[in-house]
Write a protein that binds this ligand. Sequence first.
Ligand SMILES: [Zn+2]
Ligand SMILES: [Zn+2]
Length: 260
Amino acid sequence: MTNLPRCDFHIHTKYLGCANDTMEVAAILKECERLGVTTLGITDHLNSLDKLALHVPILEDIRSLDTEVAVYFGVELNFDGLDGNFAFGADIKEEYGFQFAIGGIHSTYLDTYDLKKLVDIQHRHHLRTCEDPLVDVLVHPYWFGRGEFDIKEWPWFDTMHAVPESYARELGQVARETGTAIEINACANLVNQNYSDRYVDEYITFLSAIAEEGACFALGSDAHDIHKLEHIGSAWAVASQLSLTPERVWMPDGQPLRGT
Ligand SMILES: [Zn+2]
Ligand SMILES: [Zn+2]
């Protein structure tokens, strides 16, 4: 890991109400400094346009930081329906000062359980996300919310063998061609208590197939609590395990708002 950048480009804050009160920008920076993170990006949710104003204090807080750590201001996008869109655009990016966007699918969009359909919908949205020129990073492929499965009384998604290898390869190819990074997400995928060690091994095999197709990867903790930021170490470890070179670890374009 020594030669790979120690970055975290998926961090939530208290301002959007998804992360808890420990996730204030200054506290996040302090914990990242302790963990040896050298570059970070704050990426809170933008699920609908009415939430835009809640991002303004995040940017203000970043601007008030005094640090050597490079700090960027990003945003996490979600589809607003099965065939929906992201609540985002070039005008919004410009007006609110977002330096990059990460995005992906956060639901099964199914009413009845059908494993093949479920995987197909994810795959289709992964490719759509890669093809969106405003999205830099595809977040947590094949993460599912456990709550959705429990409420619907469905069997939990507990094996990556449900995903054909051809999907991983196609995703890797499209990611490479579109210049979209695939996320290695700590809290959603690697250290998520809902997944077994065997599942995580299968997940790393899935990421390896993507890596073999030449895609780049973004590293993110997806922390919603200050004590979860340390899990970024598991994403760094997997990046190492995939034998990524530093050029294949994604970084935003442009200068950070703070640090160097
Ligand atoms: Zn997400
Ligand atoms: Zn997230």
